[in-house]
Design a protein around this ligand. Structure first.
Ligand SMILES: [Zn+2]
Length: 108
């Protein structure tokens, strides 16, 4: 077993929106994984695997708000009404499917 030669991120180190608060180890799927507790610029604390922080441009650089903001900015400008209409339609279809599934068992 080889350990990563790179030292873990230090508290105070920044990864775009995330500032490392502390480093810990937690078991993930039976293995010990290094995680960094990070404070995002949006004010949320989140736990990010150290490996994900190190992935550079493809890595984790926010608590998730970066992606949410991008999606909602696109949605608001281009497709808000349509997305809403699609969601409503989907909800109706799902409700219909649920009724179809549950009605027989309720009647039995
Ligand atoms: Zn955030």
């Amino acid at each position: 077993m080889r350990q990563s030669p790179r030292p873990p991120p230090r508290p105070g180190e920044k990864f775009e929106r995330l500032t490392v608060q502390s480093i810990g180890v937690r078991p993930v799927h039976g293995r010990r994984q290094s995680v960094a507790v990070c404070l995002c610029t949006c004010g949320l604390l989140c736990e990010v695997p150290v490996a994900a922080l190190r992935r550079g441009a493809q890595g984790t650089r926010s608590c998730g708000c970066l992606r949410r903001e991008k999606a909602s900015a696109l949605g608001l400008r281009l497709k808000y009404g349509r997305a809403k209409a699609l969601a409503r339609k989907r909800a109706r279809v799902e409700a219909k499917q649920l009724r179809a599934e549950w009605y027989p068992s309720e009647a039995a």
